[in-house]
Design a protein around this ligand. Structure first.
Ligand SMILES: *[C@@H]1O[C@H](CO)[C@@H](O)[C@H](O)[C@H]1NC(C)=O
Ligand SMILES: *[C@@H]1O[C@H](CO)[C@@H](O)[C@H](O)[C@H]1NC(C)=O
Length: 427
């Protein structure tokens, strides 16, 4: 009897402590929340299977932040029941992960993993600009970050621009400030104040005359010039406006794959001056996203240059055996002598729609042909009618302002791009 009681008590205690990590939030939260609270909230729908998959991760995030003594509170909310809250956060897709800090809401669009979400929570939940007050702290930060954006100098109008850039871009990267004597002696700065980017084992400073707007410059430069790229990262790189040279490699990284990867890395470092203004470099060991872009199977290993601003891509005209071949390929892209393939014209979009429908429905078709026929046949007919009407009404090219895809995902920027990577592809 006694042990029975103890068991019950224990399970009650457990339930209490478990729920303490993640709070269930409803519409009343809008009134009870105080302005200084920082909240990380997952919005879900009861029928959404990706949301269910996220549950254990979300619990880990909650308990980890709690045990670290983080100021970030973790909550979750059923967006179909607490519609007022979901509306406030403009939730349109599930699961949506958002942070609310002061009056600003930040949308998380990275991989739905424990580490990815924790990094986001710590970065956005912490100070907007982190002050590095000693050379030791500076070195420590350098050893932990591939890329560092640092404001150097006293308060100035530039600092105002820096802080407002940080307010928006902290979702992507850390922002630091330091005084001149904290930086290593080798860092020569033409004048103060300055904004310096440290990456790829080197550094460069923001120059308003050449680089223009600070926020746009940070947006362009916020990735290391060579990196391992997953579909989330590639999607995010679209905002930089740069092209991306990719080595598509196999997961195990065969000898040949390794050679392709090394070649890209070598070009990115040896020819930084020539290409870093217009190119990022990297390798990808998951070709799903690229398959969707080229709408075909991709050869692995291989090289491809993608233009994420218009979903276009370039393939090397000859087999790339040497560094020279790769440089010729980049020059061809840059000079415009190579033709863009793909893109986001009306015909490409129709092709993409059909391709997406086909890849989604193929498994259905082979298992249930009749159902497959209806699922495929009905949208195809509707699209055909729709396209016919579109083309009839607007014979001229007028596609620029159209919404790319109505998949209802909250987008941080208005840059028009291909479909966001889905959770299917991330894990
Ligand atoms: C700083 O912000 C002001 C006001 O928004 C803007 O006009 C100016 O161009 C910005 N300067 C830089 C260097 O971004
Ligand atoms: C990439 O796409 C943008 C937007 O359509 C376009 O302006 C740019 O010229 C393209 N770059 C190349 C190298 O084709």
């Amino acid at each position: 009897m006694w042990t029975m009681r103890k068991k019950v008590l224990l399970s009650v205690l457990l339930a209490v402590s478990v729920s303490a990590y993640v709070e269930q939030l409803d519409d009343s939260f809008l009134e009870t929340r105080t302005a200084d609270d920082i909240w990380l909230i997952k919005f879900y729908a009861p029928w959404c299977s990706f949301c269910k998959q996220l549950d254990p991760v979300w619990h880990q995030v909650g308990s980890e932040l709690k045990s670290l003594g983080s100021p970030v509170n973790v909550g979750k909310s059923d967006a179909t029941a607490s519609t007022g809250l979901a509306k406030e956060f403009r939730v349109r897709g599930y699961p949506a992960i958002l942070m609310w800090k002061k009056d600003v809401k930040y949308n998380y669009s990275g991989p739905r993993t424990r580490d990815g979400i924790l990094d986001f929570a710590n970065r956005v939940g912490g100070p907007l600009v982190r002050s590095l007050s000693s050379p030791k702290l500076f070195q420590h930060a350098m050893s932990r970050h591939d890329i560092m954006i640092v404001y150097v100098g006293a308060t100035s109008p530039l600092k105002g621009n820096f802080t407002s850039a940080a307010e928006e871009l902290i979702v992507h990267t850390y922002f630091f400030s330091a005084s001149r004597d904290v930086l290593p002696k080798v860092v020569s700065l033409p004048s103060l104040p300055a904004v310096v980017v440290f990456k790829d084992g080197t550094f460069f400073t923001f120059n308003e005359e050449v680089d223009g707007d600070l926020k746009l410059w940070i947006t362009r430069e916020r990735f290391p010039s060579f990196l391992k790229i997953d579909s989330y990262t590639l999607y995010a790189m679209g905002e930089t406006g740069k092209l991306v040279l990719l080595a598509l490699v196999d997961r195990g990284l065969s000898e040949e794959g390794l050679r392709f990867k090394r070649l890209v890395e070598k070009v990115s470092t040896d020819h930084r001056e020539t290409y870093s203004r217009s190119f990022y470099f990297g390798f990808m060991d998951d070709s799903e996203y690229i398959k969707g872009l080229v709408m075909d199977d991709v050869i692995v290993p291989s090289f491809i240059v993608v233009n994420l601003s218009n979903d276009g891509y370039f393939l090397p005209p000859v087999a790339v055996e040497t560094e020279r071949h790769l440089l010729d390929f980049l020059d061809g892209v840059q000079e415009g002598s190579l033709e863009t393939q793909g893109g986001n014209s009306i015909t490409q979009r129709v092709r993409r729609f059909i391709y997406d429908a086909k890849t989604t429905l193929q498994p259905v078709f082979s298992q249930a042909p009749v159902l497959g026929f209806f699922l495929l046949g009905v949208p195809v007919c509707l699209t055909a009618v729709f396209c016919f009407l579109c083309l009839k009404k607007r014979p001229t090219v007028y596609e620029e302002d159209e919404d790319d895809d109505g998949d209802g995902v909250l987008l941080a920027s208005s840059v028009q791009r291909r479909k966001k990577p889905t959770d299917k592809k991330s894990d």
